[in-house]
Ligand binder design. Structure first.
Ligand SMILES: Nc1nc2c(ncn2[C@@H]2O[C@H](COP(=O)(O)OP(=O)(O)OP(=O)(O)O)[C@@H](O)[C@H]2O)c(=O)[nH]1
Length: 397
């Protein structure tokens, strides 16, 4: 493994994952800082974040470009706090959404004390990796007279998915990566098997500066509950829906309502109205490109009599009669009305399955038992419309 960075911090020994149970060997000053996690789509960023943090904060999926938002996970150890910044894959933007995602990546990188550059063990180094490297170099390295690059912040190559390689193949891969750039360190891991993740933590701790704890010990994410739930829903939808549609889906958590103390669940009386399934045959026609066909006007339609979908399972109905539950209202935005039946599924089968998968994790995020309402709405061509991108949460930095 190379260590070519002049001002690189030496990794500190004695840290291991596991939060409060982690032990420190020797006496080291406390460290804290931001580590940006970058890599091409599908390299395993989200899975690694989850393995590092030991909990589900970023969504994972077998489809590329799942991650749309910068998600921060906070790893608190006895002598260090690492704030991990997950980034949407750096890629060539095709839509305005893509451009904004790239802007988010810029913002994440600007804050970073060090970079974890993920490279998949099971794939050749490709144009996507080279594009990321040149972007990192343009922001974080200087070219010396002899043509070599020196990093201004530590850049650690994290070789992911090593469980897919034999030992011999891994050695060859590590040598290729060593040739690829003068990384501060190279750490092979399997997030799936939790192999060498502790070593990665130890190395990353060494890349952040001395400093006090930035967040309370119990905090693992900077994300709001709404945002965590929206990411979770997107992840579940990606698993559920099998074609390209999910990438034209946006998820917005409209509200999380907590029950008033000692009041019965007043939603129980609405259940029949909500239970009616309309299967998206409604009038969100392709008609206009006018300003009116945006999120708000479609929202109005879907919250009226022809509301697309609030599928009630018997369990939901039973749950509604039990007081002291929270209620989460979620809107799924598609780009065209013809996409609604795909999301909803025959006899609402997709929504029913999605809700079933969501129940437990949403309860955990909300902190109590929760009823979930899902509405499917149309936000015409939202990926290319600046106004709608703003409304759906993809703001300019
Ligand atoms: N075998 C193996 N598969 C992994 C490992 N880590 C991730 N994967 C798989 O790789 C795929 C992509 O993982 P993600 O964590 O969603 O990747 P990502 O880089 O966050 O993806 P984007 O959000 O699209 O950028 C999923 O199918 C994971 O199960 C690993 O350590 N070993």
């Amino acid at each position: 493994m190379t260590d070519a960075t002049e001002d690189n911090n030496t990794p500190q020994p004695g840290f291991e994952t596991g939060g409060a149970s982690a032990a420190q060997v020797g006496s080291q000053p406390h460290r804290s800082g931001f580590v940006a996690v970058v890599g091409r789509p599908n390299v395993g960023k989200s899975t690694l974040m989850n393995a590092l943090l030991g909990t589900q904060v970023a969504i994972t999926s077998s489809r590329p470009e799942t991650t749309r938002k910068v998600i921060r996970g906070i790893l608190t150890l006895p002598q260090a706090q690492i704030v991990l910044v997950d980034t949407p894959g750096i890629h060539r933007p095709r839509t305005l959404l893509g451009q904004r995602l790239n802007d988010m990546v810029d913002a994440s990188l600007a804050d970073a004390d060090s970079i974890a550059f993920l490279l998949p063990a099971d794939q050749e180094i490709g144009p996507g990796d080279r594009r990321i490297l040149s972007r990192l170099r343009s922001e974080f390295a200087k070219k010396d007279d002899d043509g070599t690059w020196t990093w201004r912040v530590p850049v650690v190559a994290v070789v992911t998915k090593i469980d897919l390689l034999s030992r011999g193949e891994l050695m060859t891969k590590l040598m290729q990566i060593d040739q690829f750039a003068n990384f501060t360190d190279i750490v092979p891991v399997s997030a799936q098997d939790k192999d060498n993740v502790d070593e990665l933590v130890r190395v990353l701790v060494g890349t952040i500066p001395e400093g006090p704890q930035l967040y309370p010990t119990e905090q693992i994410s900077e994300e709001s509950k709404e945002s965590q739930i929206a990411e979770l829903v997107r992840g579940v939808l990606l698993e559920e829906l099998t074609d390209e549609l999910p990438h034209s889906l946006a998820v917005v958590v409209d509200s999380i309502d907590y029950p008033q103390p000692e009041e019965p669940d007043e939603d129980a009386e609405d259940e029949d109205a909500d239970g009616e399934e309309s299967d998206s045959e409604e009038s969100d026609s392709e008609e206009s490109d006018s300003e009116e066909s945006d999120v708000e006007s479609d929202s109005d339609k879907t919250t009226g009599e022809t509301q697309s979908q609030v599928q009630q399972t018997p369990r939901d109905k039973q749950a509604q009669q039990t007081p002291q539950k929270a209620r989460v209202s979620i809107s799924l935005y598609v780009e065209r009305s013809s996409q609604k039946p795909i999301v909803i599924g025959h006899k609402a089968e997709h929504i029913v399955r999605v809700k079933k998968k969501l129940r437990t994790p949403i309860n955990r995020i909300v902190g109590m038992k929760t009823n979930v309402d899902i509405y499917v709405k149309v936000a015409k061509n939202w990926q290319s419309d600046p106004k709608q991108l703003d409304r759906l949460g993809f703001m300019m930095q």
